[in-house]
Design a protein. Structure first.
Length: 104
């Protein structure tokens, strides 16, 4: 049996767990996919097109904002959402690195 010393950066672990929690919900994945298809879109279009309640959509967008997976830009009374591809890419790379490390 081989013993491997694992070095855990607790700050990065906490950040990663928050990111994974944010994308672990099927509705948030649908919202992310919809934003991705439209580049940038306002919240009204998101909940009307996906046939969601405004309050539920806002709650899910809040989780995505707090995880820094979406960016917001205000235009008058509208808030437009776009995907933070840098953050998403970092998350995917971290998951791949973890999977490669555990496969060895």
């Amino acid at each position: 049996m081989r013993k491997t010393k694992i070095s855990i950066n607790h700050e990065r672990l906490l950040e990663s767990s928050e990111l994974l929690r944010a994308v672990a919900h099927p509705l948030r994945l649908r919202i992310l996919e919809f934003i991705d298809q439209n580049d940038t879109i306002n919240v009204n279009k998101i909940y009307n097109t996906l046939k969601l309640e405004q309050s539920i959509t806002s709650q899910h967008l809040r989780v995505l904002r707090l995880a820094d997976l979406v960016r917001t830009e205000r235009d008058g009374k509208f808030i437009h959402y776009s995907i933070n591809y840098d953050k998403l890419s970092t998350m995917v790379k971290a998951i791949r690195a973890f999977l490669e490390e555990t496969a060895e």
